[in-house]
Design a protein around this ligand. Structure first.
Ligand code: ATP
Length: 372
C-alpha cells in the first residue's frame, strides 16, 4: 500500500541504533521526524530505554558485540541503522563493514578515521594545522602528549616535558602502540557538523568543550602549592560543556568543515564523508585551530543539545539536535527518492527505495526550511 501523504511516510520505516552513546538523542530525533524507533539493548539497559515514550520497541541482546547476529531479523523490516561511537567500540571493523542492514553514512570513511596516520594525511591535505608529530623520544624538543592507540576518552595519555622525562615516565610504553604529538596549549573545542549529501550544504550544529580530569582542575590549586607535589596531568573525559565560538572564528570553523568534506571525496571514494562529523580542535591564544582528530559520525558532545543549540537555532526555527538532523535527512531522502545518497553501499534494502508518495519525488529543502 502506498502512503497517502508524505507526512505518513516515515512511520513506515524504523530507525534503529544500539542503546548507548547518543541513542536517546538519535531515537528522540527519529520520533520527532515521524519514524518508528527501535533500540537494541543489553539486559542492563532494557528498562531505561523502554521507559522513554519515543522508543517504540526494544530488542534485547546479551552483549553489544552480538549485534551482527540480528542482521537477518533487521533486514526483514524497513530498518535504517544510525551508527554512533559504540558501533566502532563494540564491533570489529570487519563485522561493522560486513553488515548489510541499511546504514546511514559511508563506511569507506572508517578506514581513514580509524588510523591516526591516515587521519593526518586527510586533515593536512585539507589544509588544516595539526600538532607536530614526533617518532622518537630523542627528537622531543618541546612538551608532548603521548597518546595510546585505542584509548578512549583520553585515558592513559601522558604529558611529557623532554626526552629525559619520556625515559623516566613513558619508556614502559614501547610494547604498546602510541603516537607523540606536540602539546598545544589552548582551549579544546569540539565542533559538530552535518553535511547533507542531498543539498550539498554544510551546517555547524553545535560545539562543546570537554571537561577532563584532572587537567582541567589543576588551575584550582595555586602554582606555588603545586611545587614539590608530584602531580601529572591526566586527560580522562568526565563530561562536556557547551561553548560558543567568538564569531570572528566561525568562518574558519566552517571552512575547515568544508575542506574536510571536499578532501574526503578524493581519499575515501567519490561519496566521501557525509552526515554528522566532529572536528576536535585546540584553539591557541593566537586564535589558531590545531586539529587533534576527526570523528566521522555523531559524537557524544552533541548530547548537550538534544533541544537544539544556538547554532542549530539559526538554521531551524524548531529544536534541531544532530540526531534529529540525521532523521530529517533520511526523511528528505525518502521523500525525494534519494535513499541511495544517504546509505552506505553495503546496505541491502529489501524494501522499495522509491518510497515517495505516488512515486513523485519532492524537492529537498535546505537548512531552515521545514521538511514537509
Ligand atoms: P575520543 O576518542 O573520546 O575523542 P581520544 O582518546 O581519541 O578521545 P583525544 O581526543 O585525541 O583522545 O584527546 C583527549 C584529550 O587529550 C583532549 O581533549 C585534550 O585535552 C588532550 N590532547 C590531545 N591531543 C593534544 C595535543 N596535541 N595537545 C594538547 N592536548 C591534547
Amino acid at each position: 500500500m502506498s502512503p497517502k501523504s508524505s507526512a505518513q511516510l516515515p512511520s513506515l520505516f524504523t530507525i534503529a541504533t544500539l542503546g548507548s552513546h547518543s541513542a536517546l538523542q538519535i531515537l528522540k530525533g527519529a520520533k520527532d521526524e515521524g519514524f518508528h524507533t527501535l533500540a537494541v539493548v543489553t539486559p542492563l539497559n532494557e528498562r531505561l530505554y523502554a521507559s522513554f515514550a519515543f522508543v517504540d520497541e526494544v530488542i534485547v541482546i546479551p552483549k553489544y558485540s552480538d549485534f551482527p547476529k540480528l542482521e537477518k531479523e533487521l533486514n526483514k523490516r524497513k530498518v535504517i541503522l544510525v551508527p554512533h561511537g559504540s558501533f566502532v567500540a563494540y564491533l570489529s571493523m570487519d563485522e561493522h563493514k560486513k553488515m548489510t542492514t541499511p546504514y546511514f553514512g559511508n563506511k569507506a570513511v572508517l578506514d581513514w578515521e580509524a588510523d591516526r596516520m591516515r587521519q593526518r594525511v586527510w586533515l593536512t591535505r585539507a589544509g588544516l594545522k595539526m600538532p607536530r608529530h614526533f617518532t622518537k623520544a630523542s627528537e622531543i624538543d618541546r612538551p608532548v602528549i603521548v597518546k595510546l592507540y585505542g584509548a578512549l576518552g583520553g585515558k592513559g595519555y601522558l604529558f611529557v616535558k623532554n626526552p629525559e622525562d619520556f625515559t623516566a615516565r613513558a619508556s614502559h610504553l614501547v610494547e604498546q602502540r602510541y603516537i607523540m604529538q606536540e602539546y598545544v596549549l589552548g582551549v579544546p573545542v569540539y565542533i559538530h557538523y552535518f553535511y547533507s549529501p542531498l543539498t550539498g550544504k554544510l551546517e555547524i550544529m553545535s560545539m562543546d568543550r570537554r571537561y577532563e580530569s584532572n587537567v582541567d582542575s589543576l588551575g584550582r590549586i595555586p602554582l606555588a602549592d603545586q611545587e614539590g607535589w608530584d602531580i601529572s596531568p591526566s586527560y580522562v573525559v568526565i563530561g562536556n560543556q557547551p561553548i560558543s565560538l567568538r564569531e570572528s572564528l566561525l568562518a574558519e570553523a566552517f571552512n575547515m568543515g568544508e575542506a574536510v568534506v571536499r578532501v574526503s571525496r578524493e581519499l575515501c571514494g567519490e561519496r566521501g564523508l557525509f552526515g554528522a562529523f566532529c572536528l576536535e580542535t585546540i584553539v591557541t591564544p593566537d586564535s589558531e585551530f590545531f586539529l587533534m582528530e576527526i570523528s566521522a559520525r555523531i559524537v557524544a558532545g552533541t548530547n548537550l543539545f538534544i533541544d537544539g543549540s544556538p547554532y542549530s537555532y539559526l538554521n531551524y526555527d524548531e529544536p534541531m539536535s544532530t540526531g534529529r538532523r540525521i532523521a530529517r535527512e533520511i526523511r528528505n531522502a525518502l521523500l525525494s527518492n534519494s535513499l541511495d545518497l544517504v546509505l552506505d553501499q553495503s546496505s541491502r534494502t529489501t524494501f522499495s527505495r522509491s518510497a515517495a508518495p505516488n512515486g513523485d519525488a519532492v524537492a529537498v529543502p535546505g537548512p531552515g526550511v521545514p521538511a514537509n
